[in-house]
Every structure is written in structure tokens, then in C-alpha cells.
Ligand binder design. Structure first.
Ligand code: N01
Length: 533
């Protein structure tokens, strides 16, 4: 293997694998993928917590670039579980012979751009150095675990785990008193599963959350056949809508729909389950009054399911519009609070003060625990980029460049960092879209751009300042046209990490619109980018 390459891709998840295939097999470039884990999978390699499952449906949560792959792979359930996604990604990597270009167990710690040679010098944790013309980060949006700094953790006498760094051998909760902090999508998936074996599970809830039943089930032979036979149409739908999912958002307006009919539609969407609930009406994410109709429906459901009135009140006391934070879906989440071995603790009223050697202490007292699970999320989107020491022209660091928050052009390129591309970074639809759809568009755009440069004899591409400013205005305007910024403590805004700048990070204008903008920019000869020979 040579350390002198055309392209280095950081990360071997969905994004890194496909980017490798595009650049190595379609363009014939010399490419090396550097991956911190010991296998492919990215997010799914690390997130092995109990109940880990994708919230997008399996027939949409996969690559669409190969008809053969789509026809031969068979998902077993409506939503793929973490082990099945790992099997899928390993199958893809083996089928396309990708692993020979991936260096596992290799964490990139820094990258420096050298203007004179127009090369990136990439350093690994083992002290090895690679150099490359193009550097592509495929580091994921949710790969930097956020373990809150709570005093006393070092002296905790039991074991503790973050869900995003889960041990490969699993954790046995049998007979243990478990404390779990966090009720985001991850906590909501893990809580019902942990409760099944733990002696007692104490859930520490700071912000109550909406959740809709996933209604997961094994796929019937008819469903499997249907998805295979209709793959082209499903792909067309996923590529033509805002969220990259294999369903369209209804054109009905919540407030224009008579109350009785509206309730019937919500009831049907609840029974059907999944993220499609938020597609019941067109105006749910843009009109607070419309959103209230969905929020009230879910609150009433929670109060009906949860038998203890005090617990039901705590779970349904939700302070943000439905889906303004990433909406979780679940399997028996609210029902779990009816178990005798589960207790809900309100840490908004009485915050966690410290971890003791034997448990978790809030202002109201101590809760004993043998195991603590942190389902406390991630330093999202910028965290995975900033934990590497990336330096562009004149040695300027990305950390300094993004001190006031991420700034880039199309979420693809950063001024001052030539030939560096970021897959599904801030400023792109990424986490607001079904990820494989967002990833495929980015990987194809980047390889199209590199192919263009090679054809034209161009050596360097860099985002221009005016284009970056204009794009950031578009990102802000798109967010402000929705209710999303109203969830003021969401990770979309960076608000979950103390000291992080509060900027709405993903592009909320929709995947279809974004795809069109990217295509128009190419058609206009890469408008907004400086391309030089
Ligand atoms: O993380 P989160 P997550 N004391 O940040 C709480 C994706 N995902 O891992 O809201 C007490 O959403 C925090 O409370 P608050 C999905 O995109 C995808 O659950 O800040 N509590 C919150 O309850 C998702 O959005 C799938 O008040 C503290 C929780 O921890 C993203 O991952 C499946 C605390 C963190 O929630 C992240 O979800 C699962 C503290 N000091 C997840 N610090 C798929 O389907 C934090 N919290 C693909």
C-alpha cells in the first residue's frame, strides 16, 4: 500500500463505503479509507446498545446505486436492527471488494493542507502519515459521544456505559439496578429492552419527549416481494421529497381538516406507526397551531397508556413542538412505565448533582445503581470534524474557522480548506433526511466534481467567501421558515453541549430542493467554487 494517494476517505460507514466505490471503481483513483473501528459500519459499528434499531424503514434504509444489490438483499423486519444493518454493510463491502482499501483500527487525528504541493497530509493515532490530493470526511453526524461532566463519575463503584460506545460483548443487566440518563431516540429504544432484565430501572428524564409506536414486525413474503418489484418507484419517491423517505407528506392541512376527521387520521397514523406520523399533514412543521393538534394527540395517548397519573403527567409535559426535535419512534416505550421495576425521575425539577460511589444523586436524594447508562447523545455534526486537528491554508485550524459555528458552502466545502469535501456535514440536509439518500447524493456529487476536475485539468477546488455567506443565509432562512428552531435545547442547534455555539446546523429546505440546487450549481460551471489549474 502506498501512502501517497489521490483521495483519502475518513470513515467506513454508509458514506465512506460508497465514496470509496465511486472514486476507486468508477474514476480509477488510488483511494485509502481510514477507519477508527475494527470493522465497517460507522454509527452502527459503535451504537450496539440494547434495542438499537433504525427508525427509517428497511426498504428505504439502504443503498440504491445497485439494482442487483437491492434485488439480492432481503431485510427481515420493517425496521432493521443494528446487527442486521451490520450484516448488510459487511455484505456490501464484500460484494464490491471494498475492505482491501480500508485501513481499520486507524483513527485520523489531524490533517494539514500544504499549499505549495496542493496536498493534504493526514496523520493517524499510530503516528503514520499519508498524503493525498483530495480529502473526504465521511465521519458521520452522530459519532462523538456526549458524556455530561457530572462530578463523582470517576468514583462510581459500578459500571457505566455511553450508548454510542457500547461494548461488543454486550452488557448483562440481569439482577442489576440500572440508572439511565436521557430520553432521546436512543433512550426511548433502550429503556423498554433494559427493563426486561434489570432488577430495577430508574430513568432520569430532563426533557419529556414525544414518541410514536414503530409498529415493528417481521416483513411478510408479500411485503418483501412488493418492495423488490417496486424498487424503481420507491427510489423515485425517495429522491423527489424533502426527507428522503419512501413516503410522501400529505397535502392536507391540519387546521383546514374538520376536527373529527383530523383525529381519525392521527389515529390511523398512530396505528400504522413510524416516522410517517409526521407526514399526516402538510403544515405540522411550519404552523404552531397545526402542530399543536399533533402534540395534543400524542400527549393524550401518553396519558391513556401510562397508568400512574403522576408518571403520565411527567412524560406528557413536553415543552417543544412535535418533531421540532428529531421525533423518536418506539416499541412499548410508554407501556414500560407500567412495570413495577421502572421508576421515572424528573431531573428538570431536581437536577442531577453528582454521581456517588453507589448511584446517582439529585437535589431530592440518591437513587442506587449498579450500572449507569448514558443515553445522552452526541456532540453532533461538528464534533466528529473538530476532534481532528484539521488545518487549511496557512495552517489555520478548522476549530478557529468554526469558532462561532460551522460555515461552509452547500455543506460540502469550507473556504480556506481546498480539496476537502465533507459528506453530510452541517449546512446540508443530512440528519433531516433519510441518511443513505443524503449520503448517495453527496458521494455522487463529490465524485462528479472530481471527474470534472480531471477532465478539465483542474487541480484545486475551494468554496468562495460570497457563496459561503449566501449559503449560510439560506441555511438560516430555511430553518426559520419551520418550527425546528423552537426546540431551543435540541442537538440540531448544538444546544445539548455546554459552550457549543447555537447555530441551526442542518439545511432544512428539503432534500429534493437541495439536490436541485447542487445540480444547478454544477450546470453553472460550479458557481461559487474557485476552480484552478
Ligand atoms: O441523543 P439526544 P440520542 N442530564 O441528544 C439527555 C439518532 N438516532 O442519542 O433533551 C440529564 O436526542 C437529553 O435531555 P435534554 C437520532 O437522530 C437515530 O437519544 O437535553 N439529561 C436527552 O433526553 C437522534 O436524534 C436512530 O434535556 C441529559 C438525551 O439525554 C440522535 O441519534 C436511533 C444530560 C439525549 O438525547 C441522538 O439521539 C437512535 C444531562 N446532563 C438515535 N445530557 C435511528 O433510527 C443529556 N441529557 C437511526
Amino acid at each position: 500500500m502506498t501512502n501517497d494517494l489521490d483521495a483519502i476517505v475518513i470513515g467506513a460507514g454508509f458514506a465512506g463505503l460508497y465514496q470509496l466505490l465511486c472514486l476507486r471503481d468508477r474514476l480509477g483513483l488510488s483511494v485509502q479509507v481510514l477507519e477508527a473501528g475494527e470493522g465497517v459500519g460507522g454509527t452502527w459499528y459503535w451504537n450496539r446498545y440494547p434495542g438499537a434499531r433504525c427508525d427509517s424503514e428497511s426498504h428505504g434504509y439502504c443503498y440504491s446505486f445497485s439494482e442487483e444489490l437491492q434485488q439480492e438483499w432481503e431485510w427481515s423486519e420493517r425496521y432493521p436492527g443494528q446487527p442486521e444493518i451490520m450484516r448488510y454493510l459487511n455484505h456490501v463491502a464484500d460484494k464490491f471488494d471494498l475492505k482491501r482499501s480500508i485501513r481499520f483500527d486507524t483513527r485520523v487525528v489531524g490533517a494539514r493542507y500544504d499549499e505549495a504541493s496542493n496536498r493534504w497530509h493526514v496523520r493517524t493515532d499510530a503516528g503514520e502519515e499519508f498524503n493525498t490530493k483530495f480529502l473526504i470526511t465521511a465521519v458521520g453526524c452522530l459519532s462523538t459521544a456526549n458524556v455530561p461532566k457530572i462530578s463523582g463519575l470517576d468514583d462510581f463503584g459500578g459500571d457505566w456505559y455511553h450508548t454510542g460506545q457500547w461494548p461488543h460483548e454486550g452488557v448483562d443487566f440481569t439482577g442489576k439496578r440500572v440508572g439511565i440518563i436521557g430520553t432521546g431516540s436512543t433512550g426511548i429504544q433502550a429503556i423498554p429492552v433494559i427493563a426486561q432484565t434489570a432488577a430495577h430501572l430508574t430513568v432520569f428524564q430532563r426533557t419529556a419527549n414525544y414518541s410514536v409506536p414503530a409498529q415493528n414486525a417481521p416483513l411478510t413474503p408479500e411485503a418483501k416481494r412488493y418492495f423488490k418489484d417496486n424498487m424503481a418507484e420507491l427510489r423515485r419517491v425517495m429522491h423527489s421529497n424533502a426527507n428522503g423517505q419512501p413516503f410522501m407528506v400529505s397535502e392536507r392541512m391540519a387546521l383546514a381538516t374538520p376536527a373529527e376527521e383530523r383525529m381519525a387520521l392521527y389515529e390511523a397514523a398512530w396505528e400504522k406507526g413510524g416516522l410517517e406520523f409526521r407526514a399526516t399533514f402538510q403544515d405540522l412543521l411550519v404552523d404552531r397551531a397545526a402542530n399543536d393538534t399533533a402534540s395534543d394527540f400524542i400527549r393524550t395517548k401518553i396519558q391513556t397508556i401510562v397508568k400512574d397519573p403522576e408518571t403520565a403527567a411527567l412524560l406528557s409535559d413536553i415543552d417543544h413542538p412535535y418533531a421540532a426535535k428529531r421525533p423518536p419512534i418506539d416499541t412499548h416505550y410508554f407501556e414500560t412505565y407500567n412495570r413495577d421495576n421502572v421508576t421515572l425521575v424528573n431531573v428538570k425539577a431536581a437536577p442531577i448533582e453528582r454521581i456517588t460511589p453507589t448511584g446517582i444523586a439529585t437535589r431530592n436524594g440518591e437513587y442506587p445503581a449498579d450500572i449507569i447508562v448514558f443515553a445522552t447523545g452526541f456532540d453532533a455534526m461538528t464534533g466528529p470534524m473538530l476532534r481532528m486537528d484539521i488545518r487549511g491554508r496557512d495552517g489555520v485550524s478548522l476549530a478557529d474557522t468554526w469558532q462561532a459555528g460551522p460555515r461552509n458552502y452547500l455543506g460540502l466545502q469550507i473556504e480556506g480548506f481546498p480539496n476537502l469535501f465533507t459528506i453530510t456535514g452541517p449546512g446540508s440536509p443530512s440528519v433531516l433526511c433519510n441518511m443513505p439518500v443524503a449520503i448517495e447524493q453527496h458521494a455522487e456529487w463529490i465524485s462528479g466534481c472530481i471527474a470534472h476536475m480531471r477532465e478539465q485539468g483542474l487541480e484545486r477546488i475551494e468554496a468562495m467567501p460570497d457563496a459561503s455567506d449566501a449559503w449560510m443565509e439560506q441555511v438560516n432562512a430555511a430553518a426559520n421558515a419551520t418550527l425546528l428552531p423552537q426546540a431551543t435545547h435540541s442537538w440540531y442547534l448544538g444546544a445539548n453541549v455546554p459552550g457549543k455555539p447555537r447555530i441551526f446546523m442542518p439545511y432544512a429546505g428539503g432534500m429534493a430542493r437541495y439536490r436541485q440546487i447542487c445540480a444547478e450549481i454544477v450546470a453553472n460551471n460550479y458557481e461559487g467554487f474557485a476552480l484552478t489549474g
